[in-house]
Design a protein around this ligand. Structure first.
Ligand SMILES: C[S@@+](CC[C@H](N)C(=O)[O-])C[C@H]1O[C@@H](n2cnc3c(N)ncnc32)[C@H](O)[C@@H]1O
Length: 445
């Protein structure tokens, strides 16, 4: 196989990145945008020892599941990866892929029972866009695998209002000729924008700048909120570092109309713009309902909600158990969690600032441990602590089935994995949220 060679290939599978997997003379060829069972003329673009990459030259036999992507930016944007597959087939693909990963990386055979999904489009309640400039200043996303920003004209993940707010701001930034940060030369100021909304349709806007000295900022904010009365707060976040981390640690409030509050069932949650919150509200409700329903039936006295964010799971569970302790490493999130406890008049919850793997060591008599870690999953030391603590019930919420599979595999000698459910928190992307319920195995005498 050589670079630039065009081969007739058939994809026999779709991998976890959404790439078609084909074979030529026993060598695997990954082909982005080729669907399972599709045939195509594929141009080889890179040849490695064990696999190659190709791009579609022409599809000769399309899949019945192929659809025309709704978004004009799909093939340049790194945001979505499955828009060329109909939604039902996306769900099936994610379920199959997660099932295979669980087997391969954790040796877990249990069938994932259900996959819950809701709206395919406009589900994100938080979005981050970057700025660039040619003749005009514009906002958009990075082109796939690069830091080159393309001008965003539509997006089917964020809300329509978020798109309108960024378009308005682009116009205002052009009017005042705000200097845009250039990653290569490090010149300029404004780097990115973060927009977060709640279910009431209220918006928080955060401008991210290299320094805190953008000219005409008062006018810019005034004109923005005049055009968008749904904006209830505007902040300036200063990030002078040249890393991939978007937000810096310093913030200045530029406009404040009211607190940003989100409701979950009968509870209220106040959030800081940089505290974690599930990005798909409807699917989040399905996930939390599942957790609450499970716990209601377990007769729990003391529970730990590890990686608790602003305290959502802790406070939702507090009704059904005697005591719950949330652990979270981000200071603002723990502050929100403590405040949320007060707002909701909850007495049996407590929040601890720190790393789960450190704080859990000194907590005993735990009946239930809920873990909801970031993508990298659980630390090895935490797995050891969990084994030693002999906790009866574990609920593991995961946004990465590979680390979930690894961790379930590591806990397998001590725990039975009783149930796994999947939630399509991130439609049109390859990510999937899973919920696993584990029960301690009885001790062999
Ligand atoms: C996937 S979020 C889950 C938040 C929460 N359970 C929810 O549903 O909103 C993971 C959270 O873990 C926090 N985190 C990351 N590493 C941590 C650690 N080692 N110990 C405690 N919290 C951590 C993050 O700041 C984030 O808030």
């Amino acid at each position: 196989m050589k670079v630039n060679e065009v081969l007739k290939l058939k994809a026999t599978d779709l991998n976890h990145n959404g790439y078609g997997v084909a074979r030529h003379n026993n060598l695997v060829v990954f082909v982005p945008y080729l669907l399972k069972n599709e045939e195509a003329n594929v141009k080889i673009i890179s040849v490695k020892k064990n696999y190659s990459f190709g791009v579609i030259d022409k599809i000769t036999k399309p899949s019945k599941d192929r659809v025309e992507p709704v978004c004009k930016h799909y093939y340049e944007c790194g945001g979505c990866s499955l828009l060329h597959l109909n939604y039902e087939a996306q769900l099936k693909h994610k379920l199959d892929s997660a099932q295979r990963t669980l087997k391969k990386l954790g040796n877990i055979d249990l069938e994932i029972k259900d996959i819950y999904g809701k709206d395919q489009y406009h589900y994100r309640n938080k979005v981050q866009m970057f700025y660039s400039q040619d003749k005009q200043i514009y906002s958009g996303f990075y082109q796939e695998q690069t830091h080159d920003v393309f001008k965003l004209e539509e997006c089917y993940l964020q809300t329509k209002t978020a798109s309108k707010i960024s378009v308005t701001l682009d116009k205002i930034l052009n009017k005042y000729q705000v200097p845009i940060y250039n990653e290569k030369t490090k010149a300029g100021l404004l780097r990115a924008i973060l927009i977060r909304n709640n279910q009431k349709g209220e918006y928080v806007v955060v401008l991210i700048s290299k320094e805190d000295k953008i000219g005409n900022l008062d006018r810019i904010v005034k004109e923005l909120v005049k055009e968008h009365p749904e904006i209830i707060q505007v902040h300036l976040n200063v990030n002078s570092k040249s890393t991939n981390v978007i937000l810096g640690s310093k913030t200045k409030e530029l406009y404040f109309k009211k607190k940003f509050i989100e409701e979950i069932f009968d509870l209220k949650f106040e959030l800081n713009y940089n505290s974690f919150f599930q990005i798909n509200y409807d699917v989040m409700l399905m996930l939390y309902k599942e957790i609450v329903d499970k716990v209601k039936n377990l007769k729990i006295k003391k529970a730990i909600d590890a990686y608790c964010g602003v305290g959502t799971i802790s406070l939702l569970l507090s009704k059904y158990i005697s005591e719950v302790i949330g652990i979270e490493v981000v200071f603002e999130a723990i502050k929100n969690a403590d405040n949320n406890k007060k707002i909701n008049n909850i007495k049996n919850a407590k929040f601890i600032l720190g790393k789960t793997e450190e704080k859990l060591l000194s907590i005993n008599n735990i009946d239930l441990l809920v873990v909801d870690p970031p993508r990298k999953g659980l630390e090895d030391s935490l797995i050891d602590t969990i084994k030693q603590k002999e906790i009866k019930h574990i609920i593991y919420v995961s946004c990465n089935e590979a680390t979930l599979a690894r961790d379930l595999g590591l806990l397998k000698d001590e725990y039975n994995v009783k149930e796994i459910k999947a939630f399509d928190m991130f439609p049109n992307t390859n990510s999937l949220e899973c919920l696993a319920y584990l029960e301690r195995k009885p001790k062999v005498k």
